[in-house]
Design a binder for this molecule. Sequence first.
Ligand code: SF4
Length: 489
Amino acid sequence: MLVLWPVHQLEMDHSQYLGIMTISAVLKEHTISTEVIPADLERISKRVEREEEVILAFSTPSAHATVYIELNRQLKRRHPQVFSVFGGTHPTYFPEMVEEEGVDGVCVGEGEYPMLELVAARAAGKSVNSLGNWWIKEDGTIHRNPVRPLIEDLDALPVPDRSIFRRAADQSSSHAIVMTGRGCPYHCSYCYNHVYHRLYAGKGNVVRRRSVDHVMGELRQLKEDGCGFIRFMDDLFILLPEWVHEFAGRYREEIGLPFSCLVRANLVTEEIVASLEEAGCHRIMMGIEAGNERLRLEVLKRRMSTEQILKAARIIRGAGIKLVTANILALPGGSIREDWETVDLNIRARPHYASASVLQAFPGTEIHEIAEHLGLLEDDHLERVSQGGFGFTTALKGTDPGEIRQIENLHKFFPVVIWFPWLKPVVRQLIKLPSNRLFELMYMACINFGTHFISIPPAIGGPLLWRKLNRRFLPGSRRSAKRAEAAGA
Ligand code: SF4
């Protein structure tokens, strides 16, 4: 029995999925074979033909749902014996995707033990119809099973199996993503988190943290493997100040690598930022999201004041840590005027790099309901937000196409106008022009600069960018692809 994960854009360094790594580690503890493979029809076909029994597993963010459903449909037509399951964010919040042609099962919520049970049951020739967390389709009937309780003790999980990605792709191991906990107590309307709280009501604490000891074990291993930079991907790294202070002291002594993390403005204090700085924090990402307080509070449901945001930015910058902000444009109930307010608040906060997305109102989130209530959803909305693009254009309707164009163009100028506020009058005129490739290229250049030279120390980000350009534009990219093919197929 082989569990095979096809991964879209596997050759890119950002395609490291902790969910896949952790499930793979759990399965390997039970001597089950696992592999990751590029999401390529021919290569998967060849690999499937060499195995007696394969479970195809797709870890599915909403932005990749359409790509994976179509790939799976083609695979199932060639190999009807394969069992295909989907997990991750999109299936968790939109389990109805089990009705799609070729989908045998959808895992709702945390996947480690549900996946183990499913593989074990299939290996033993038993029915999988009543396993917790699974929506299973059999002979046209759908079996919808409730979620089991959340994993209470995250220390009970093994260290993520990073080898599964290293073997399959020519990825760099110079940096690694790490999660020290799961869950967030807040309820921002555009985030899946509040749905998770509903889904698991009465089934345990959504917000959980690994012990500092357990995290250190994983970090020591990463350091031994040559990793030079750690990206902590917890939704709110500073949620528990006591934990952060204990972690910071030990991290400095035992690991000492530069790292980045995510914070929320209302939790930022001088003491906690001082601890992060002493531990070697290189960059902090903080959501500003909207400059307009009404949109921030009533539409995004982010209960924090403009003053709190500016104070947090001052503290972070004052500690000498790089500040990166996250923002969302094209909000329901907003207009280009409010998006300029977001620009203005970022200019006041003075981040080293300001990132922005055009809102994607994913199904299952509260902001999707708000947009629906305001009559802003096109009939093909779901298809448009799950086609693989991310945050470049809006999938919401607007009354004035000229204004939508201005907002989408402002998104491309967002980092530039915050770096150089004196460009504002020029940008106000430029965004009235038709959207074009030049604006997109400029935006991509800004993202790459922000990602590789600000968010990550340039000594690590520079070579990463070179690898990325090499893969994309130079003949060596074919060599890389062949190496990856040899490893994965
Ligand atoms: S603080 Fe972040 S993780 Fe928590 S609900 Fe808001 S957006 Fe989601």
